[in-house]
Ligand binder design. Structure first.
Ligand code: MD3
Ligand code: FE
Length: 355
């Protein structure tokens, strides 16, 4: 935390220090009933304060209650306050700074003078968050050093849909190399919809079947119509990433047999649709975003449901399963930009169990 105070290694020793100063009471658990609220506050009840606090949600949002989101605010000198809503699920824990948090300066974390006007104070700022399902399955934590700057690492978009921010970054170089190799064998092409329109998104595939469209309809085809040959095999780094992402979102044993590779140039878009050409809707779909950022439109079970907008950046992975599997979704026209590795384009990999 970059502060001068030193804390004992063991809790009882810290408690002794607190008790000696007359601080003998513990912080209560909050049980909220319908209509109750807990105003923005800081849990500062004496001279001795441990700098980190953990909040654990014990009830099931959507099942046991609705509303009641966990809100964190940060007050910054000479800047607007920032507010962040943390969508906790049952069993999730948030570790946050009780009062002050270290802020990354231009060179390093600020040193520990917390009276300094330059120091930011916050009602609460998340240091680390982990998803309970992720914890139990993988015995590892999703660590976000700074929620406000990095945003949440794991976000539940809806029942069954999980956004895993930056999940693909550890294998980005391998992915980009494989894409280059695949595209040399099965080039991107702009396919024609059954209605006769040329899609603005250019596509290719790898795996045992590829998604294609032409005047006769949409389908999965084991052969690339452009070459008459089978699609290139799915590279192990692709299949492995899809399996790991699905497991992290709670879908164990996902074994993709098809990967649709979409290329968006500035202006390219994908209008609201459902993915319903797959044989088995119980398997999730895993999507990996690379290159320029895009705005993902994420609607409901009906085309007329107003879609949410979700920004997707390089390395983000989204897993869609359960009730989210059949939602209407699309991509807003890609904005102009330049990505360090991919230049003026976005590439999206969609992994499916097609056959
Ligand atoms: C939600 N691709 O190829 S990926 C598609 O970014 C497609 O290229 C978009 O939609 C893209 O069909 C969006 C996210 C995605 C993919 C499949 C889904 C979201 C989904 C299937 C069901 C629900
Ligand atoms: Fe789709």
């Amino acid at each position: 935390m970059g502060i001068a105070v030193r804390y004992p290694k063991r809790t009882p020793d810290f408690l002794k220090r607190c008790h000696a100063a007359g601080q003998t009471r513990h912080t209560a658990a909050a049980a909220l009933r319908p209509g109750d609220y807990n105003c923005l506050h800081q849990d500062l009840y004496g001279e001795y304060v441990f700098p980190l606090q953990v909040a654990i949600l014990l009830a099931d949002p959507g099942e046991d209650f609705t509303g009641g989101e966990f809100v964190l605010t940060e007050h910054r000198p000479r800047m607007q306050s920032r507010v962040s809503v943390v969508p906790l699920r049952r069993g999730d824990a948030v570790v946050f700074a009780v009062h002050h948090r270290p802020v990354r300066g231009r060179r390093a974390y600020y040193p520990g003078d917390y009276a300094s006007r330059r120091q930011r104070s916050c009602s609460a700022a998340v240091a680390i968050r982990w998803a309970s399902s992720f914890m139990t399955r993988h015995k590892s934590w999703v660590i976000t050093p700074d929620l406000f700057e990095a945003s949440l690492a794991v976000v539940r978009l809806a029942e069954g849909a999980m956004l895993l921010r930056g999940f693909a970054l550890p294998v980005e170089v391998a992915l980009l190399d494989e894409i280059e190799r695949l595209v040399a064998e099965a080039p991107f092409r702009n396919m024609i919809t059954p209605g006769g329109y040329r899609m603005s998104v250019a596509m290719t595939n790898c795996g045992t079947a590829g998604w294609v469209t032409d005047r006769s309809g949409y389908r999965y085809d084991p052969l690339d119509p452009a070459s008459g040959k089978p699609w290139p095999a799915m590279p192990p780094v692709f299949a492995d990433l899809a399996t790991r992402a699905a497991a992290a979102a709670g879908y164990d044993g996902f074994d993709a047999d098809a990967c649709l590779i979409n290329r968006y140039d500035p202006g390219a878009r994908l209008s609201l649709h459902q993915d319903r050409n797959e044989h088995d809707f119980t398997a999730p779909i895993v999507s990996v975003s690379l290159g320029l950022p895009a705005t993902f439109l994420f609607g409901g079970q009906k085309r007329s449901d107003r879609p949410q907008r979700v920004p997707l950046a390089h390395g983000d992975v989204v897993v869609w399963g359960g009730p989210a599997r059949m939602v209407f979704h699309g991509i807003m026209p890609l904005a102009e930009g330049e990505h360090a590795q991919l230049g003026r384009r976005r590439i999206n990999l969609t992994f499916r169990r097609a056959l």
